[in-house]
Design a protein around this ligand. Structure first.
Ligand code: BDR
Ligand code: CA
Length: 303
């Protein structure tokens, strides 16, 4: 059975690899991509999404540009992680196509027919705007973001949650079937130089991913002393491809929006101590080896 998906993203090295994983996987059909400001400004994330489709010879897939800023806050980008272009490293082909016309909310509402899973891999600005206008626009969301334990952009918060906590709050209160693939699980699966070397000779997509990894691994080596990099966003796509990879826990997740130290924290009731209603599924474990092998095999198959 093939699951149709829409990816809402801010490419971004790991967003780009998530898109390629989706394109390489028969279990999912990528219906469209919406972009949001996050890792870089909206013009750059949109151009990057188009470039990734161009690389994969899939410029037939529509891209719509979404929000250029969070709902209430000033945009904070991650140029330190992804570079000035948002996809520093490889020399990717220039896009031959343009984003489709229209407001992202209208376009997403049209794309999200029943059964289509929405996979956001950036700040939740577009998704919150969508749900404010169309509260039942989708019946399943698998989001890369948040963390049960430590954050990455502040001690308390993960980047996607931190950039637009008000949007995250709206999405987590929506009642929609929601899975959070957070740092706790993405940090368990590090893509290292041996994975990159297996891909470097595997066609233009493999070469581009190896070069994305060169840049991304260097950041993680310097910043965290990791011998590899978490390909965060690809794990959200992988969870739709194969739900046995990530173990999840149904629990309450609430978003902090009014704290000087903890804004953007995803407060996960891991041990069910609050009695608050269960509103999400939090990733708590992953079969890292199988996830990384899936990633390498599928990207390698793109040629
Ligand atoms: C998330 O933040 C971004 O930098 C990545 O693309 C990923 O979506 C990880 O915290
Ligand atoms: Ca992202």
């Amino acid at each position: 059975m093939t699951t149709p998906i829409v990816i809402d993203c801010d490419p971004g090295h790991d967003d780009a690899i998530a898109i390629l994983l989706a394109l390489a996987s028969p279990e999912v059909e990528l219906r469209g991509i919406s972009t949001v400001a996050g890792n870089q400004t909206l013009d750059k994330t949109t151009r990057n999404a188009l470039k990734v489709l161009e690389l994969a010879d899939r410029a037939d897939i529509p891209v719509v540009a979404g929000a250029d800023a969070p709902l209430k806050r000033t945009l904070r980008t991650a140029a330190n992680v992804h570079g000035e272009t948002g996809l520093d490293g490889p020399d990717l082909p220039d896009p031959t196509t343009k984003p489709v016309d229209g407001d992202v909310v209208d376009v997403l509402a049209e794309w999200l027919e029943p059964g289509v899973v929405l996979v956001p891999t950036g700040p939740l600005t577009n998704v919150a705007r969508l749900l404010r206008q169309h509260p039942h626009a989708t019946d399943r969301i698998v989001w890369m973001g948040g963390a049960i334990a430590e954050g990455n952009v502040t001690p308390a918060a993960e980047f996607n949650a931190y950039v637009d906590p008000e949007a995250a709050h709206i999405v987590f209160e929506s009642g929609i079937d929601l899975t959070m693939i957070g740092l706790d699980v993405t940090h368990m699966a590090l893509f290292d130089s041996t994975h990159a070397e297996r891909l470097r000779g595997a066609g233009k997509a493999g070469k581009a991913v190896a070069e994305l990894a060169d840049f991304f691994l260097e950041f993680h080596r310097q910043r965290y002393r990791f011998d590899g990099a978490p390909i965060h966003d690809a794990m959200a796509v992988a969870h739709v491809i194969d739900p046995t990879l990530v173990t999840t826990l149904n629990c309450n997740i609430s978003i902090e929006t009014t704290s000087e130290l903890c804004d953007g924290r995803t407060v996960v009731d891991r041990w069910l101590v609050t009695g608050r209603p269960k509103n999400a599924h939090a990733g708590i474990d992953v079969d890292a080896h199988r996830f990384l092998e899936l990633l390498v095999e599928r990207i390698g198959s793109l040629g």
